[in-house]
Design a protein around this ligand. Structure first.
Ligand code: GCO
Length: 255
């Protein structure tokens, strides 16, 4: 079987929130599969440094720093990416934040910040990019959901609500944009040892609980998300649409 169907040569991708963690791993992975990748974070220096690191490893990478929660910056940045790449083929909506705490005490601004970054930005950037993909009759949009798109745990209410929304927004985008040749899917990570989860990894009780709760018995490594992203971004997934592909070591498979 030819692996050409997984080849991303000649494709241009934007990965939001890609100066570190899952986003950086996915940007690197798409680049290693042949794509030209635009990296994004709010901080220009961090974004440039991440792009330079990928270029040092032979990946065609450039920086595109903008705040995903700022409508004006999003509009300008997508126009800029389109100019610089000649047209985006792939968008990975990865940027996200986590603010843990009891819902009873959740401040308005925390709710707003989490929903704005983790859900509204996915809508806003998706819409901006799809407006350009549609006339071209092709495109791949991959939203980063979560196992929290299906289940919650105490202390992450705003995040779970946002990620539940990402699952349904992915389906809404699918049903409206598939006629334009745009495939929209999501990847739902389980528990990965990233900076966002550093305090959980360091908590011996939580660490033991998540290892027992995960059939694979361990935390995921961000590299283990790359294959799912390459697949969904490639011709190999040409008839896959509206799906959430959970990469969770089996957490959602059982009690
Ligand atoms: C938490 C974690 C989770 C995971 C992720 C799994 O506090 O429980 O941050 O939310 O990071 O969402 O997909």
């Amino acid at each position: 079987m030819s692996l050409k169907r997984f080849d991303l040569a000649g494709r241009a991708a934007l990965v939001t929130g890609s100066s570190r963690g899952i986003g950086l791993a996915l940007a690197r992975g798409l680049g290693e599969a042949g794509a030209r990748v635009m990296l994004n974070a709010r901080d220009p220096a961090q974004t440039q440094a991440a792009a330079q690191a990928l270029r040092n490893d032979g990946v065609e990478a450039e920086a595109c720093a903008f705040d995903v929660t700022d409508p004006g910056q999003v509009a300008d940045a997508i126009a800029d990416c389109e100019r610089r790449t000649g047209g985006l083929d792939i968008l990975i909506n990865n940027a996200g934040i986590q603010r843990r705490g009891p819902l009873l005490d959740a401040p308005e601004e925390i709710w707003a910040q989490v929903l704005d970054t983790n859900l509204t930005a996915v809508f806003r950037i998706g819409r901006e990019v799809a407006r350009r993909m549609a006339p071209r009759g092709k495109g791949r949009i991959i939203n980063i959901a979560s196992l929290m798109s299906e289940v919650a745990r105490p202390g992450v209410g705003p995040y779970a609500a946002a990620k539940g929304g990402v699952k349904m927004l992915t389906r809404a985008m699918c049903v409206e944009w598939a006629p334009f040749g745009i495939s929209v899917n999501a990847i739902g990570p389980g528990y990965f040892a990233t900076e966002l989860n550093a305090e959980l990894v360091a908590d011996a009780t939580f660490d033991a609980w998540i290892r027992a709760r995960t059939p694979a018995g361990r935390w995921g490594d961000v590299e283990e998300l790359v294959g799912a992203a390459i697949f969904l971004a490639s011709d190999a997934a040409s008839f896959v649409n509206g799906q959430v592909l959970y990469v969770d070591g089996g957490v959602l498979a059982g009690l």
